[in-house]
Design a protein around this ligand. Structure first.
Ligand SMILES: [Ca+2]
Ligand SMILES: [Ca+2]
Ligand SMILES: [Ca+2]
Ligand SMILES: [Ca+2]
Length: 210
């Protein structure tokens, strides 16, 4: 292989590798969802971008930074559900906390230690957070294959949501949802083929012009 052709092929490979994998990141506003008050349950709607041809979701995780149970009760639990679409709920939680358009809260029903969103979508986790302010921990929930399959279904119409029911109070410093995608091998190989042909043509044209 000529040096120039090799160079073009290596450059194209570099571009292909970049386009092969993407990470999408989402955060509610405010990011800590008002420190998740016991008396309520919360919804967070996400508008998911349209994926490119051949682009598939291959991983997802929900991270809650510096989570702790601010009433320090060992019986407390934080329920988290993945939803096909999030329910529309009130936006103003207190004079200090107004949620952005895509999220809100509802009042927890009488049996408040039960999951207010039970039976809706998929239960991702029931978290028992550290009970001490000095023992906050960042919790990352990685989606398994069944959750990923449902996530792919849920985003197919461009929306998905999270339902979060804190029973009791769960302070944190921010919630982040990450989705990773990739373009499968056949598409990559086809691109590589096009790149190599393109490189060969460039080399040929160069030879002719000399
Ligand atoms: Ca609650
Ligand atoms: Ca509840
Ligand atoms: Ca949906
Ligand atoms: Ca906070």
């Amino acid at each position: 292989m000529k040096k120039s052709l090799l160079l073009v092929a290596v450059l194209c490979l570099g571009i292909i590798n970049v386009s092969q994998a993407s990470i999408y990141t989402f955060q509610p506003m405010p990011a800590d969802m008002g420190d998740l008050n016991h008396a309520y349950f919360y919804s967070w709607a996400i508008a998911f971008p349209t994926l490119a041809d051949g682009e598939v979701i291959n991983g997802a995780s929900l991270t809650i930074a510096n989570l702790w149970d601010s009433t320090a009760d060992a019986n407390n639990v934080l329920h988290i559900n993945l939803l096909d679409s999030a329910p529309v709920l009130s936006r103003i939680l207190s004079p200090n906390v107004t949620f952005s358009q895509d999220q809100g809260y509802g009042f927890d029903p009488a049996n408040e230690y039960a999951n207010a969103l039970a039976g809706q979508g998929d239960l991702i986790a029931e978290i028992h957070a550290p009970l001490s302010y000095y023992d906050r921990s960042t919790v990352t929930l990685n989606f398994g294959s069944m959750l990923l399959a449902d996530l792919r279904n849920f985003v197919s119409d461009g929306t998905l949501g999270f339902g979060i029911d804190p029973d009791c109070y769960y302070a944190n410093t921010g919630i982040t949802f990450r989705v990773s995608t990739s373009i499968p091998e056949p598409a990559t190989l086809m691109l590589l083929g096009i790149a190599l042909i393109g490189g060969a043509l460039v080399a040929k044209m160069r030879r002719k012009s000399i």
